[in-house]
Structure formats: structure tokens, C-alpha cells
Design a protein around this ligand. Structure first.
Ligand code: DON
Length: 309
């Protein structure tokens, strides 16, 4: 059993070298053509501790498509606006299904199981569209506020590519509408959703942006109170139970932290009270989560000797 370390004592380069042999064993997401162009060789990792110190290795400075990691940020906006009433429109139970599955949505009468499967994230965008005049701009402002920089933006080419291959996501929105659980024009809401998925950030920026979830709702970078301490605990619970879709149990077993993945190959994880961490490796496993990234996080928590369990 390894000795417990603090964040600053970890050798992140060594962690990345341990997982590098996994490169070539997964597959870059290709169902969105613009994502298929990314090189599978990328590997980066960054930590932001609750004092705002940053530790990084590999391609930690290179921006990539954050994809479903954005679902946490839109949820944060919606949770602040709707509070507990949010849960009348979207559930908070793990789905045990793939992120883009339609089966449960039909069986459960248009109420998505949780805000991280696509149906739930699209419903969150619907709720934001109802209450915000410019939901895309509001997400950007949140990101600028979390990272302390205005350099973050959404990639129009990726967003357009997603819209061109959006039949499944559109089907989910229409199914929710058929059950009276959708308030706005489907195409308008999908634009909000794809704009968020196409945001590009580096591991360092994502670790900074998610520091509020490690720090009782307060950004370690800008000191802004993003959500209450109680809401931060609740968001972390959703990450832990639903953030990795039908791999949530395996991720809990191997990593032991709240986490959120995206098909761009990023995974963000939270060590509550200590730090946020982001890994990036674009090749995915068959659950649609980063293959080398999840292994790097498993080594990270083993070396750190931390788990929420
Ligand atoms: O809806 C989609 O297909 C994507 N833009 C987001 C999917 C995603 O990142 C799923 N996460 N692993």
C-alpha cells in the first residue's frame, strides 16, 4: 500500500507515463466528425488546490472540446435559478444506461433520470432558455468568472458538426415535448446544448473552473461564491452517482471521487475540501469515457490515498 501524499508531492509526469501505454487502445469519438480529427496521442493532467495552486503535466495547457463536462456548468446555472424545483423536471438517480440512450425516457414519461445523460442535460438547457434571455452568453460569463479570464470560447465548427448529427438528441427533446416536459423550441434549445458541448478549455482551465466544488461552492481562483456549500455537496453527489453514466459504479470503485467525463476525452474529478483535478486523453473506452484518463485518476487517488468512500 502506498503512502498518503499531498497534491504538491505528487509526480504528475510519472502518473502520465504509467498510463501512456494505454494510448492506441481506445478510440477517439467519431460520431461527431469535427471531434474525430483530434490526435489520440494527447495526454494532460492538472490539479487546482483550494488555495488556487496549480500543478500540471503533459498537454495540460492545450484546449480541447469539453463536451459533457459542460453539463455540470449549465446545471450549476439552472440550480441557482430554480433551486429544488429543478427536480420536478429532471431526476437525480443514476441511469445505468449509455449517455445517449432513449429507452428510459419513454418508460419514465419524459422525465430524464438525471441532468448528465443527454436527455437531462438538454432539459436543463430548456429550463435555462425559459429563464435567461441569453443562456449561451451566461455560460461564457460563468466560465470567465470561474477561471478569471475571458479567453474561453465555444468552437463554432464543432457546434455546427454536432447540429448536423443531432437526430438522437433531437429525438430526446421531441419525446420530452410529447410528455409535456419541454417548454421551448427544440432547435433553439439544442443550439444552447451544442454551444456548451463545443466549449474548449485546457486541463488547467477546467481544474480552475471546478475548484468551487472542492471548496464548498467558492472558486479558489476568483473567490466568487458560485453555489452554496450545501448545493456544492449536492452537485458532488450527482457527479459521484451519475457523472460517468453506465461506468459510474466502476469509476467509484477504481477512483472513488465525484467526476464528470466528456467524449472529448476530458474527465474532471473532485477531492472535496482539497482540490479539483482534470485529465485529458481523447481515446475513449466503450462507455464513452477517457480510457487513459480514468486510469490516471485511479493512480492519482491511490497515490494520494484519498476517496470519498
Ligand atoms: O450530445 C452529444 O452527443 C455530445 N455533444 C456530448 C456527449 C458527451 O460528451 C457524453 N459524455 N461522455
Amino acid at each position: 500500500m502506498s503512502q498518503c501524499l499531498d497534491c504538491h508531492e505528487l509526480d504528475l509526469d510519472a502518473i502520465l507515463e504509467q498510463v501512456r501505454p494505454l494510448l492506441g487502445k481506445g478510440a477517439v469519438a467519431d460520431y461527431i466528425p469535427a471531434l474525430a480529427k483530434v490526435s489520440g496521442n494527447k495526454l494532460g493532467m492538472a490539479i487546482c488546490d483550494i488555495h488556487g495552486n496549480i500543478y500540471s503535466a503533459g498537454d495540460a495547457n492545450e484546449a480541447f472540446s469539453i463536451q459533457s463536462i459542460s453539463k455540470v456548468l449549465n446545471l450549476t446555472l439552472a440550480f441557482n435559478i430554480y433551486g429544488e424545483a429543478l427536480w420536478e423536471k429532471v431526476g437525480r438517480e443514476p441511469s445505468g444506461q449509455a449517455f445517449n440512450s432513449l429507452i428510459q425516457l419513454e418508460l419514465e414519461k419524459g422525465i430524464p433520470r438525471n441532468p448528465f445523460i443527454n436527455a437531462g442535460a438538454i432539459k436543463v438547457c430548456d429550463l435555462l432558455t425559459t429563464r435567461l434571455s441569453a443562456p449561451k452568453q451566461r455560460l461564457k460569463e460563468l466560465l470567465w468568472d470561474l477561471c478569471g479570464t475571458k479567453s474561453i470560447s465555444s468552437n463554432r465548427i464543432v457546434a455546427k458538426s454536432e447540429r448536423e448529427f443531432s437526430d438522437r438528441n433531437a429525438a430526446m427533446a421531441h419525446l420530452m415535448k410529447s410528455f409535456n416536459n419541454f417548454e421551448n423550441d427544440v432547435q433553439q434549445v439544442l443550439k444552447v446544448y451544442f454551444h456548451a458541448c463545443a466549449v474548449e478549455m485546457s486541463c488547467i482551465e477546467l481544474a480552475k473552473a471546478f475548484s468551487f466544488l472542492a471548496n464548498q461552492g467558492k472558486s479558489a481562483i476568483t473567490q466568487s461564491q458560485v453555489v452554496s456549500s450545501r448545493q456544492s455537496k449536492q452537485l458532488n453527489a450527482l457527479l459521484a452517482t451519475c457523472g460517468l453514466y453506465d461506468q459510474a459504479g466502476d469509476f467509484a470503485y477504481r477512483v472513488g471521487l465525484p467526476g464528470k467525463s466528456g467524449v472529448g476525452g476530458g474527465i474532471v474529478a473532485i477531492v472535496p475540501g482539497e482540490c479539483s483535478v482534470c485529465v485529458w486523453s481523447p481515446e475513449l473506452n466503450h462507455f464513452g469515457n477517457s480510457l487513459a484518463g480514468s486510469e490516471a485518476l485511479s493512480i492519482f487517488t491511490s497515490e494520494l490515498g484519498r476517496s470519498i468512500f
